[in-house]
Design a binder for this molecule. Structure first.
Ligand code: NAD
Length: 329
């Protein structure tokens, strides 16, 4: 029987995958720890590993996996920046490229509305029976210019929603989707023009060497004063030191983050009773007009069901020697 080691698993992973696995009958072991060089020896005796966004599959980890006979790495997520594909050798790698672009795009909108209408603040007040409005004045999204970096599956859904708000959307992507631009009604511009004209900027591109720290001191300086920045993509797209400095100067008016540059040891974990803290994360959390969620954008019922079904189907196709469209080469 095929043995699969799942890493970085939570109760909800176990529940869903056990349900979907009734159709496949794999022998699944769920590990709570992430897969990295230290935990890689645990994979001995398994055929497949199934990982998520915080597992770190670098060259040395890949060597251990190969020696342990791992044939396949199945990512149960879309992003694959945490796997060193150049050194994967004979190990196959699959991912779930599309599970619900709506989940992530809608979360980006939720973060945006939280900032523009200060919902995080009013919630804290009304819970204490404080019904005053001082300090809660927001601004209309309607009529604003929204800049979207990355017009793939999630970016396009986000743009459609923003069009519904009556905004002017401008976008930047390495590969322009001209038909979507015509159909949805947005304009491609250069990155500099996007920075210069946008009241709101939302990041929907993947993390690559070119996009790492794409939001830095220089790019922030090109932006409008009071710009609102939303990142539901990957933490390392934003240089946190620059973000903090530019929030302190008042250049940035509001920030919604679902991801954070050094999130790995914190996000998706309960650190309430731990003394471990991250300096920049603590500074960010103390800032007004900033909301952070814990890599939660994907977390809807619809998305999780699709992740479970597609991950197991990807595994079956590769093990059966069928061409798998979700294989990363
Ligand atoms: P996608 O592949 O459909 O779209 C990505 C787009 O970014 C493509 O159009 C691509 O051409 C563009 N792009 C690539 N390099 C670029 C660059 N240097 N500058 C500008 N654009 C560039 O991917 P998607 O499904 O829309 O997902 C986008 C990202 O969202 C993923 O890479 C992942 O990091 C992130 N994500 C986050 C969550 C979450 O829970 N927070 C969940 C899913 C995906």
């Amino acid at each position: 029987m095929i043995k699969i080691a799942f890493f970085d698993t939570k109760e909800y992973d176990k529940k869903l995958f056990d349900e979907y696995n009734k159709n496949y009958g794999y022998n699944i072991t769920y590990f709570k720890s992430i897969l990295n060089i230290e935990t890689a020896p645990l994979t001995k005796g398994f055929d497949v590993v199934c990982i998520f966004v915080h597992d770190k599959i670098d060259e040395q980890t890949l060597k251990i996996l190969e020696n342990n006979g791992i044939k396949l790495i199945a990512l149960r997520c879309a992003g694959f920046n945490n796997v060193d594909l150049e050194h994967k050798g004979n190990i196959k790698v699959v991912r779930v490229p599309q599970y619900s672009p709506y989940a992530v795009a809608e979360h980006a909108v939720a973060l945006l509305l939280n900032i523009t209408r200060k919902l995080y603040k009013s919630y804290q007040r009304t819970r204490k029976y404080n019904f005053t409005l001082d300090g809660l004045m927001g601004f209309d999204i309607h009529g604003k210019t929204v800049g979207v970096i990355g017009t793939g599956k999630i970016g396009k859904v986000f743009i459609q929603i923003m069009k519904g708000f009556g905004t002017n959307v401008i976008a930047y992507d390495l590969f322009k989707d001209e038909s979507a631009s015509k159909e949805i009604g947005f304009e491609y511009v250069s990155l500099d023009e996007l920075y210069e004209k946008s009241d709101i900027i939302s990041l929907h591109c993947p993390l690559t060497p070119e996009t790492e720290n794409i939001i830095n001191k220089q790019s922030i300086n090109k932006m409008k004063d009071g710009v609102v920045l939303i990142n539901c993509s990957r933490g390392k797209l934003v240089d946190t030191n620059s973000l903090i400095k530019e929030m302190e100067t008042g250049k940035i008016g509001g920030v919604g983050l679902d991801v954070y540059e050094d999130e790995d040891e914190f996000f998706l974990r309960d650190m309430t009773n731990s003394y471990k803290r991250d300096k920049n994360l603590s500074i960010l959390l103390s800032m007004p007009n900033l909301i952070i969620t814990s890599h939660q954008a994907f977390f809807t019922k619809e998305a999780l069901n699709k992740i479970a079904s597609d991950t197991l189907q990807n595994i079956k196709e590769v093990l059966d020697g069928i061409e798998c469209k979700n294989e990363l080469k």
